[in-house]
Design a protein around this ligand. Structure first.
Ligand code: AMP
Length: 205
């Protein structure tokens, strides 16, 4: 049986979550977002958390990356539980160590088709988007994520350039990556249409 993994790359705020949602709805993929899985830890009561989970929450709120061991364990559990043959990985792998973890997981769960997708957006646009998002959330009286502050975004962007860009280079060299570039005027619908056109023959014909 063919098992397909789409790996979404893009800096915080690049819109990869939105595009992943479109692919889920259109092609019946499930999405595994390591950020969402880790944020799920915050819903647990304090006494149910292990020391490494407690540590992960504070690291996450600072904008840095949590331990590779914890992410890898949480993800392996989710893949196993989902039993899905079509998974979108959103936010993983995120550093060079996680490339090996990713390849091992793909082998273990017998995923034989890997499609990397990269949404390229400049830091300037990301910072502008983040500021508008915080403003909108505050105006609507909604809670702002602990790691959605201009200061933490700077840490997240530094981490992204330092740790995640080498991962993107690796996937670009080792497989046929779908690359989509957005400037200040590109709409999410335009990105969605380009993505759809490029991904359909690879994943879903
Ligand atoms: P995201 O929602 O993908 O921006 O992730 C939010 C935060 O979760 C990141 O800033 C990290 O602290 C943590 N995180 C998400 N994915 C990973 C990962 N693959 N490895 C380590 N930390 C991660």
């Amino acid at each position: 049986m063919s098992k397909t993994a789409i790996v979404m790359f893009g800096a915080p705020g690049s819109g990869k979550g939105t595009q992943a949602k479109y692919l889920m709805d259109t092609y019946d993929f499930i999405q595994l977002s390591t950020g969402d899985i880790l944020r799920g830890l915050k819903k647990k009561s304090e006494s149910d958390l292990t020391d490494s989970q407690r540590e992960a929450i504070s690291v996450m709120d600072s904008g840095r990356l949590v331990s590779d061991e914890l992410v890898s364990q949480l993800l392996a559990d989710e893949i196993e539980t989902s039993q899905s043959s079509k998974i979108i990985f959103d936010g993983f792998p995120r550093n060079e160590t996680q490339i090996t973890i990713f390849n091992d997981l793909m082998q273990k769960f017998e995923f034989n088709r890997i499609i990397p997708v990269y949404l390229e957006v400049s830091d300037e646009i990301l910072i502008d988007r983040m500021k508008s998002r915080i403003k909108e959330m505050k105006e609507a009286g909604l809670p702002v994520r602990a790691d959605d502050t201009p200061e933490t975004l700077e840490v997240r962007l530094d981490t992204y350039h330092r740790d995640t860009e080498p991962v993107i280079n690796y996937f670009e060299k080792s497989s046929d990556m779908i690359m989509l570039k957005a400037d200040a005027h590109t709409t999410k619908e335009e990105i969605r249409d380009q993505l759809n056109e490029m991904i359909m023959p690879k994943c879903c014909l």
